[in-house]
Design a protein. Structure first.
Length: 448
């Protein structure tokens, strides 16, 4: 059994990556393993919450793969008793296996492709780009904090890292290079928890409060994480008071992050908030051309147009699509053409035979009513947002196989009764107004 336990650990590390493994599984212990259950001891309840949310499924899968049959996974706290049904347990009180050298290095690194030079500016991102430039030119002096937000794949991380890279070559008034930390909010939290666990809070604080510039990616992750928010607040305040630059990104505006502590919200809002919009066709084409150029790849106009018009907003998808087409073209030993582009992207774009997704509905409805998808998912009940949300929920019920609770979940975790209410309300409106009914039908025709 210890061997199989080592196998579980190794496989798990491979599955989730050495960084996550180190952060989350290394501080855990196997408490007990029976024929039906597996108890893993975790250091504290915050830790447990995280593990339950993020790793139960993966751990279950890996355990089933290695042991040949599934176990029910529980995370227990030190000193917490395990049910008496574990009398027949096969105890293996052994820490998760050491991973050796492939365990993650310290700070996350910047991606060298993410620079201002490679960032294509269009009307959708002009403002955010200008703000990022200003911060890179005069850190701590122009906009502090700079808060960049927008949907997935719209270039938030790219811009933030471009700032980081630009700052890396600058020297502080003391004459040495600027000290910079780039970190995701998620990692900030796990480092903090580990610091508490290992009683290294002091080191943690020193580390994040003695820098010249702090870049924190995906701050929406702090939603509902009160202890992390608290710690982050102190880090933030300390840096801010020392006039150090802070840059934050998020998938939504500060006011939309439910349970964001008021102190933090008002701090975020006192700097500059810039949003990244979905790219228009021209920007998408320009990004594709720039990327093809950088890779010395041939990209005929009709292929570029095909990709740009099929990929709606996500620039990462745009790039993925181009990569696949280029890969297939080289496999075939020819330059890409429209026919090949269609083949390379088959099954990627939703076509008529593929079921509609709740996400596609949200994107369409958000675009039509000129709100953001995150607004649709937020808790804001202003009519400008709540009406489109109800329409989107109605369409989700009509056009997909999702249940009410599932739909609620996709809308930022709303209760299923909210979804039922929305569907009924929109049905009632549709039966009252022909015009509205026609509009709903048009939506159903156009969403795919
Ligand atoms: P986000 O953090 O907003 O989810 P990313 O910054 O990771 O998005 O961007 C996704 C991908 O799209 C990255 O590979 C990035 O380089 C690229 N990208 C986004 N915006 C642009 C742009 N304006 N010009 C060039 N590439 C872009
Ligand atoms: Mg990002």
């Amino acid at each position: 059994m210890p061997d199989s336990w080592t196998s579980v650990s190794k496989r798990l590390a491979r599955r989730i990556g050495p960084k996550s493994y180190r952060d989350w599984f290394e501080p855990t212990k196997l408490r007990s393993l029976t024929e039906s259950e597996l108890h893993v001891e975790v250091p504290n309840s915050l830790f447990r919450e995280w593990m339950e949310r993020h790793y139960t499924g993966t751990l279950e899968e890996v355990v089933a793969e290695v042991l040949g049959s599934p176990r029910r996974i529980s995370f227990v706290l030190p000193g917490e008793g395990v049910e008496p049904s574990e009398a027949r347990e096969v105890p293996q009180p052994e820490a998760f296996a050491e991973l050796g050298d492939d365990v993650a290095p310290e700070m996350p690194k910047l991606d060298e492709r993410y620079t201002f030079e490679t960032f294509v500016v269009g009307s959708c991102n002009q403002f955010a780009h200008a703000a990022a430039r200003a911060v890179a030119d005069a850190p701590g002096k122009s906009y502090n904090p700079l808060y960049l937000y927008g949907g997935v794949g719209l270039g938030k991380t790219h811009l933030m890292q471009a700032i980081g890279r630009a700052l890396m070559s600058r020297r502080s008034p003391r004459g040495d290079y600027l000290r910079m930390a780039y970190i995701s909010a998620e990692r900030f939290m796990c480092e903090m928890i580990n610091a508490i666990r290992w009683k290294r809070q002091h080191d943690f604080r020193v580390r994040y409060r003695n820098i010249d510039c702090l870049l924190v990616d995906d701050i929406q992750f702090l939603e509902g994480k009160e202890a992390t928010q608290e710690e982050f607040f102190h880090t933030f305040r300390s840096l801010y008071e020392d006039r150090k630059q802070i840059v934050l990104t998020s998938d939504c505006a500060p006011r939309e992050i439910a349970t964001l502590e008021e102190r933090l919200r008002s701090r975020f809002e006192c700097g500059l908030i810039a949003d990244l919009q979905a790219p228009d066709l021209e920007t998408k084409l320009a990004i594709l051309r720039r990327k093809a150029e950088m890779e010395n790849a041939v990209l005929p106009d009709d292929v570029a147009l095909f990709i740009a018009s099929r990929v709606r907003t996500n620039i990462r998808e745009l790039e993925g699509c181009l990569n696949r087409i280029e890969a297939l073209a080289s496999l075939r030993g020819r330059d890409p053409d429209l026919e090949l582009a269609k083949e390379a992207t088959r099954g990627i774009f939703p076509d008529d035979s593929k079921p509609v997704t709740v996400e596609a509905i949200q994107r369409y409805v958000a675009h039509y009513y000129n709100v953001t998808v995150s607004e649709l998912k937020a808790k804001n009940n202003a009519r400008a947002v709540s009406f489109p949300r109800q329409v989107a929920m109605y369409l989700a019920k009509k056009m997909t196989k999702s249940s009410y609770p599932e739909i609620g979940k996709r809308f930022g975790g709303k209760h299923h009764s909210t979804v039922i209410h929305s569907v009924n309300k929109i049905s009632a409106e549709a039966s009252k107004s022909d015009e509205f009914n026609v509009l709903l039908n048009r939506f159903m025709d156009e969403i795919h």
